[in-house]
Design a protein around this ligand. Structure first.
Ligand SMILES: Nc1ncnc2c1ncn2[C@@H]1O[C@H](COP(=O)(O)OP(=O)(O)OP(=O)(O)O)[C@@H](O)[C@H]1O
Ligand SMILES: [Mg+2]
Length: 238
């Protein structure tokens, strides 16, 4: 890698961390007053008679406050990605579970799912719930990019040279524009319609994988689908 390229990567990693810190501080500050807004708007809704002319506005306030709460929760998740009590977990099993509960999801209707899981995959030290969260995010993003038709492939394998478990999530969806690809792991970066995505999914995944001592990268171009690749250190010593 050239020096300028390396500097660029270091700079964007620093920028990602600084944005993440700021975002989580803001989330902590917003969480309490937002809880108050929600509580008082619910109280108001209970007190007002159903035919009160203000009811419609109170419902709108409550809905919007719920949306803010969802964003703040995303930010708090983003800030709490540490993995305090890692256990030995089987990545293949987590992937099967994720597909098990997502396959009936409306987003995956019309999409064929291919599982190419290496049966000899060693376990990794990690937090099952957090890893599950990573895979759910990747599968949902992939499904959203395919919009009802395409192939989702989940592949695992072992990289003997680096002693790491490799997990790939590929789709045949829209792909990612060259001008966006360096930004997809940034908190709040989204190309989805206003009100649809928070842009926190991949930044949360990235943080979780880093806390597991792993790496996460993307390879994609517009119209060519996308491949997200995760490497997690394995406990197997060669
Ligand atoms: N599999 C994919 N194919 C195409 N584009 C993708 C894919 N995954 C992510 N992206 C791009 O990266 C952006 C950021 O993804 P991320 O998951 O962080 O946020 P989001 O999906 O937009 O919002 P949220 O996850 O909160 O619903 C997306 O808006 C999309 O542009
Ligand atoms: Mg997403």
């Amino acid at each position: 890698m050239k020096l300028s390229e390396m500097n660029q990567k270091l700079l964007s990693a620093e920028r990602l961390k600084a944005t993440g810190r700021l975002a989580s501080e803001i989330a902590h500050e917003l969480n309490t007053p937002l809880g108050g807004i929600l509580m008082y708007s619910h109280l108001l809704m209970e007190d007002l008679p159903d035919n009160d002319p203000h009811m419609e506005n109170v419902i709108k306030i409550t809905k919007l406050a719920h949306r803010c709460k969802m964003i703040v929760q995303g930010l708090l998740d983003f800030a709490h990605q540490e993995c305090p009590h890692p256990k030995m977990v089987q990545v293949n099993r987590i992937l099967r579970n994720v597909i098990g509960f997502l396959e009936d999801h409306v987003l995956l209707r019309g999409i064929s799912i291919e599982m190419r899981l290496d049966p000899t995959l060693p376990k990794v030290a990690g937090d099952e719930n957090k890893l599950e969260q990573v895979f759910v995010n990747l599968v949902i993003n992939a499904a959203q990019s395919m919009n009802g038709t395409g192939v989702l492939t989940l592949r695992t394998g072992f990289a003997f040279d680096s002693n790491q478990v490799r997990i790939e999530c590929s789709d045949t969806g829209s792909g990612i524009d060259d001008k966006h690809i360096d930004r997809v792991f940034e908190p709040f970066f989204t190309t989805k319609e206003k009100g649809k995505g928070t842009g926190l999914g991949l930044s949360i995944c990235h943080g979780i994988v880093e806390h597991h001592g792993g790496t996460m990268t993307v390879d994609s171009s517009k119209g060519q689908g996308s491949v997200f690749t995760i490497f997690l250190p394995s406990e197997v010593s060669l």
